[in-house]
Design a protein around this ligand. Structure first.
Ligand code: LLP
Length: 436
């Protein structure tokens, strides 16, 4: 995120003082620096271009889906991953090129598959046998065809600094390679003239800091591709290695740069295809967090301050687990600053609490800030991924607004949910007469 401090000691994001955004739209508010989204997208796209390898960078829209966001992704030439009717609907509303949309999901409904087939999206990432049955029937009935990728679980689970080789591929997603299920699924698809298998897909995890998990997965998939070349005379046109590229939330995090991730994949795929005289497949990736995570921050207004002598000082904000459930759900850590007093040298440790009725609704357990006052403005950094997209209405709080800043201007791209909109789906109850 492009951030500076102005002469008044105010945090400035994309050319706009944070205070100005808070005053214009209220808090809590998610603020995205559009330039940063574009820089992140370009880091991936340009690395593939420079290395002259055919590729598709698909933005995993689960990280943050809104019409405006998908318009930016479209402008940057990205492809798009959707996992539900709602995400597909958003993509169609944003007039995203349908041929660049891929659909994921471990339990796609008939309605979802129908919507994908009707919209003529680029490809469906097939996950399980039930889906094969549904999709086969659908394309038959519709007298249509569909490109598919086969999602496999290569038995590698990556976690931040580490990856785990699981002998048993214990995952709800995809077909496991070792038991022969993937091969059975492949032959079902391969023998269906209406379904065209473009290649294989795997996704080994999220917030991964090292390239080794990705390169190992690449090798595993090549082993399978070589087997199927011999057995079925099948050549994969596409190798989709998923998303999961880690970002820096706090100083403790030490991810690779985005071009380093892409280069590691490119080198491994080139090496594997050269070693086995396998035609170089198109490399597809699906970054979500790496595109939007560090492009977004959340602004909150500070309210109640509760000092427990000798223990800690709680400061409550006007949002919390309703706009960012990650600390409560994953013990995720963030950095934060007082956006209206960036040059204040006083210092104290605080615990930042959300306002939901839940003790676990904490945003940061320990953060050093200048001595705070009511109505100070807190900026929590790197909330651009899985913040708004996992927002919820617990305690019937409305969802926060989303604002884009770019070239010194700001624009509202998702309106704040009003409390009367919270009841928009509610119907009144009518007391039923007792049966005589
Ligand atoms: N492709 C597939 C098949 C995925 O399942 C995911 C994420 C992605 C791509 C994008 O992964 P990314 O590049 O964003 O790491 N809610 C969690 C993250 C869940 C990720 C689920 N799948 C969080 O807030 O950390």
């Amino acid at each position: 995120m492009n951030r500076t401090i102005n002469g008044d000691g105010q945090l400035v994001i994309g050319g706009i003082p944070a205070q100005e955004i808070a005053e214009a739209y209220g808090t809590p508010v998610y603020v995205y620096d559009v330039e940063r989204i574009r820089e992140n997208a370009r880091a991936f796209v340009q690395t593939f271009e420079q290395q002259k390898v055919p590729a598709q960078v698909a933005y995993a829209s689960k990280a943050f889906s809104s019409v405006a966001m998908l318009q930016v992704a479209k402008e940057e030439g990205l492809s798009l991953d959707v996992v539900s009717e709602g995400e597909l609907h958003t993509a169609l509303k944003a007039e995203f090129p349908v041929e660049k949309i891929h659909m994921h999901g471990n339990n796609k409904s008939l309605a979802e598959l129908q919507m994908a087939v009707d919209a003529r999206i680029g490809c469906i990432v097939v996950d399980n046998f039930y889906e094969i049955a549904l999709l086969s029937e659908l394309v038959e009935q519709n007298n249509s065809t569909m490109d598919v990728l086969l999602r496999v679980t290569p038995g590698i689970e990556a976690h931040t600094h580490d990856y785990i080789l699981t002998g048993q591929e214990d995952s709800k997603f995809g077909f496991d390679l070792s038991s022969g299920q993937a091969e059975k699924a492949f032959s079902l698809l391969h023998n269906n003239e209406r379904l065209h298998v473009k290649g294989l897909h795997c996704h080994i995890g999220s917030q991964i800091f090292e390239a080794s998990g990705f390169t190992l997965a690449t090798r595993k998939l090549f082993t399978t591709m070589k087997e199927w070349r011999n057995k079925f005379q099948f050549i994969a046109e596409v190798l989709n290695l998923g998303g999961g590229f880690g970002i820096r939330y706090t100083e403790e995090d030490d991810p690779l740069s985005l071009d380093q991730y892409a280069l590691a994949l490119i080198n491994e795929v080139k090496q594997q295809s050269a070693d086995s005289a396998y035609p170089l497949p198109e490399i597809w990736i699906e970054p979500g967090r790496a595109i939007v995570g560090d492009a977004g921050l959340t602004l909150y207004t500070l309210g109640a301050i509760k000092e427990i002598p000798g223990i800690r000082t709680y400061v409550s904000v006007d949002g919390g687990m309703t706009d960012n459930i990650r600390p409560a759900l994953y013990q995720a850590k963030y950095d934060a600053v007082l956006a209206n007093r960036m040059n204040d040298k006083s210092s104290k440790d605080y615990a930042i609490a959300g306002k939901c009725c839940e003790s676990g609704d904490m945003l940061l357990w320990d953060v050093e800030l200048p001595e705070v006052e009511h109505n100070d403005l807190l900026a929590v950094f790197s909330t651009g991924a899985y913040g708004y997209s996992m927002a919820n209405n617990y305690n019937r709080f409305g969802k926060a607004a989303v604002v884009f800043v770019e070239n010194g201007t700001h624009q509202l791209v998702v309106r704040r949910e009003k409390f009367d909109e919270i009841t928009r789906l509610d119907l009144s109850y009518t007391k039923q007469k007792e049966l005589k």
